[in-house]
Design a protein around this ligand. Structure first.
Ligand code: MG
Length: 258
């Protein structure tokens, strides 16, 4: 099931998406929140009549670095032996169609297409065989990075945590085997990144075991699983799109921070 979060007439709700053709998609409004057992209301609205929002409001976004060997190499790094995580704050999250605001303190902002895992239940110290039980679903993410700032500052809070640096969407797909999906990114329609989730060094199971060893994960928390090779610069005016097989396309435009 594809679950979107949206606003209509000033109200925010979740809905299940029906249909296949982009211009014929309809949302069946969900009663309550989708992390528990929920019912569909039967009240339907065309997707074209609503504004899609980030599909979840995470308490935290945990992102893993250098999880595709070719990407680690393109930045001149060794492939890490163990997963390593950093945070992107909740204030970095934006939704499909929202604007990425180019920050004033960087001259080199990069795109990073990533598969995002959405957590469905509160959990800690998740054993490998229970990982699938704590996953709500999957969405597309773009781990927007001020690369110049990342290189000169030891911690990445500013480089990867600035406002609008975490586009998520367009919705969460809850029924998907995410172990071998095509992930690609275009800038102004030209392909820049292409990979498969099967190329991850540390699997989704590894990543969730690793982070839940340290901290409690909450429903709606998001795990970014690393980017394939091909990262590169974004400029003001660019339109950047992340497409993941079986999920959909997350599109955002880059603007100057006003
Ligand atoms: Mg990344």
């Amino acid at each position: 099931m594809r679950i979107a979060r949206f606003s209509i007439d000033g109200n925010v709700a979740f809905g299940a998406i029906e249909g296949e053709k982009q211009d014929e998609l309809v949302l069946d409004i969900i009663k309550g929140i989708p992390f528990a057992d929920f019912e569909l209301s039967g009240t339907k609205v065309p997707v074209g009549k609503v504004r899609l929002l980030p599909p979840v409001l995470p308490n935290k976004v945990v992102a893993f670095g250098r999880n595709y060997a070719e990407h680690a190499r393109e930045l001149g790094h060794e492939v890490p032996q163990a997963p390593f995580a950093f945070f992107k704050p909740s204030t970095s999250v934006i939704g499909p169609g929202d604007e990425i605001q180019y920050p004033s303190f960087s001259q080199e902002v990069h795109h990073e297409a990533e598969l995002a895992v959405v957590i469905g239940r509160m959990c800690r110290e998740v054993p490998r065989e229970r990982v699938k039980d704590v996953i709500f679903g999957y969405t597309c993410a773009n781990d927007i990075t001020a690369r110049d700032v990342q290189k000169r500052e030891k911690q990445w809070a500013r480089a990867k945590g600035f406002d609008t640096s975490c586009p998520l969407g367009p919705w969460v797909e809850t029924e998907l085997d995410a172990s071998d999906l095509t992930i690609q990114l275009t800038v102004n329609g030209q392909q820049r990144q292409l990979g498969r989730t099967s190329e991850m060094i540390h699997s989704i199971e590894d990543l969730i075991v690793n982070i839940s060893e340290a901290m409690t994960l909450l429903p709606g928390d998001v795990i970014l699983t690393g980017t394939p090779a091909g990262v590169g610069p974004l400029n003001v005016g660019d339109e950047v799109a992340v497409t993941i097989e079986g999920i959909g396309t997350l599109t955002n435009k880059v603007v100057k921070r006003g």
